[in-house]
Write a protein that binds this ligand. Structure first.
Ligand SMILES: Nc1ncnc2c1ncn2[C@@H]1O[C@H](COP(=O)(O)OP(=O)(O)OP(=O)(O)O)[C@@H](O)[C@H]1O
Ligand SMILES: O=c1ccn([C@@H]2O[C@H](COP(=O)(O)O)[C@@H](O)[C@H]2O)c(=O)[nH]1
Length: 242
């Protein structure tokens, strides 16, 4: 029997999963134990009954802006970056299914022999079936990172929040990896994040979240079960609120 006190706080969320999170201690690419740990976390999070869509990054393989610095034209470099997110999406799909939870990788860049193409209708259908949806290929357009499609997917799927699973345990007054005096926020508003130029997420993504009143939770993916803990209200993260 369902106990109301145990109901998940959120009905549907978008998890923005950093590509770099999937490389663990490796210098690049996929680190199998880390992939399995995160897949187990997502499968356990889905058991709470919250519908979960993941927007996966590609920084463990390639970032367009770094390719452009090396002389590849930016739009082409971003195409390579989008392909990197599909590689992560396919790996994550299999790792989640290995934990006994169905998952579907949907790509914004059609590649039908590899996976289904993203459509809102297909995503909502899979979510309603309890499958973890992995949105790969970003927006399908260059000149973005996957922060923006995370908020776009949250808006179009009417998600209750974007959970940004990243390398730091919240939003700080400055980048904590560079400034040892940076102080952590428990909460702040979208307006503050934009006005203070807090670079934990792209400004375009913050602006879209502000316009659509979508809360963002920034938290560290380093520990076991950190995504599920956030859904259970037990995790540590910064809440960026309207
Ligand atoms: N004010 C800030 N507060 C917290 N982190 C910040 C801040 N400014 C910059 N950062 C940096 O932002 C990073 C998170 O954003 P980043 O775009 O690098 O990663 P991601 O989106 O999680 O990963 P990926 O690009 O691989 O998908 C943190 O690791 C942190 O070093
Ligand atoms: O909508 C999008 C999303 C991403 N890209 C490219 O992919 C890489 C990897 O994404 P990260 O968020 O940096 O992990 C990104 O650097 C872009 O080059 C894109 O073109 N469009």
């Amino acid at each position: 029997m369902t106990n109301a006190a145990n109901l998940p706080k959120w009905r549907r969320v978008v998890v923005k999963l950093s590509g770099e999170a999937l490389m663990g201690d490796a210098p690049h690419g996929l680190h199998a134990p880390t992939l399995e740990r995160i897949a187990a976390d997502l499968a356990a999070a889905a058991e709470l009954g919250t519908q979960i869509a993941v927007v996966v990054g590609g920084g463990n393989f390639f970032r367009g802006i770094l390719g452009a610095d090396k002389g590849i034209e930016r739009a082409r470099a971003d195409s390579i970056g989008m392909l990197a997110t599909v590689m992560n999406g396919l790996a994550l799909e299999q790792a989640i299914e290995a934990r006994g939870r169905q998952a579907r990788c949907l790509s914004a860049v059609p590649m039908p022999s590899l996976c289904e193409s993203f459509s809102r209708r297909a995503a909502l259908h899979h979510l309603a079936k309890g499958r973890v949806v992995i949105s790969a290929g970003g927006t399908g357009l260059p000149f973005f990172t996957t922060d923006t499609p995370a908020v776009v997917r949250a808006a179009e799927l009417s998600a209750d929040a974007v959970l940004k699973a990243t390398q730091v345990d919240g939003v700080y007054t400055a980048d904590p990896k560079r400034d040892p005096n940076a102080r952590r926020y428990d909460t702040l508003t979208h307006d503050e994040a934009i006005a203070k130029n807090l670079a934990v997420m792209d400004t375009a993504a913050f602006a879209l979240a502000r316009e659509n009143k979508i809360p963002i939770v920034v938290f560290s993916i380093a520990g076991d079960g950190s995504i599920r803990a956030i859904l259970e209200g037990k995790g540590r993260g910064t809440f960026v609120l309207p």
